[in-house]
Write a protein that binds this ligand. Sequence first.
Ligand code: 15L
Length: 266
Amino acid sequence: MHILITGAAGDVGARLRKLFKGVYPQIRVSDIRKPADLGAGEEFVAADLADYGQVEKITAGIDGIVHLGGYSVEGPWEMILKSNIVGCYNLFEAAYRAGVKRVVFASSNHAVGFYPREQKIGVNVTVRPDSRYGVSKAFGEALGALYADKHGLRVTCIRIGNVNDKPLDKRRLSIWIKPEDLAQLIRIGLEHPDIRFEIFYGASDNEAAWWDNSNAHRFGYRPQGRSEDFRAEAMAEQAKLPPDPISDRYQGGPFCSDEYDADRKK
Ligand code: 15L
């Protein structure tokens, strides 16, 4: 299987490329800038996702795409529009035209960030984005559904929590994902024979989870990371942060309180 990873120079891209070494012998990696640590078996092709012609070049001859590319936090509308709306459209359209079989889309918890922390949510809830960034991830999920239903692309959207070696604070005890667990979810998206259009939560085996990830488990997901193993450290880090009533109320945390109307912060 010849795979393409977009956004390959970013932190998550770099971690995944290491984990996929030996799993997928032929990997095309793409980003605007060349990753510093390019290894044997990795072919780099630069592309700006907002330029359809460049996206056509990176998708040619590919079987499966891991789409991490785009703007990965909240940003100005022009930036989100170019990288995450136009860029994501170009990616799905070019993938379909090139005959790519599968796309794994890096969605985000911020597509549903305005659900309160006390509510456990599954994958079938209405999107409640907490930012322009979150809206762009909901858009990507909708595009994925369209290309799956209309054109038969096999699409997996992973609403990723926070990818790191360990959970960084109280919120991350609920949403943390160990890089190896994310790699496992992506492999399900690229390889499982029954994928048509699926949404998974990108979270490890977290006791404090806000998400019902039974859909991923149905496809064989067996996370290895347990955020509870890091509770003391994460809570010590949390104690250093100032209280923020909006951030603390909602799953999306600071993405919710950012730009929140001051007179509504009660
Ligand atoms: C995300 O979607 C971001 O890409 C990442 O940088 C983190 O901010 C993460 O969410 C999070 O919610 O912690």
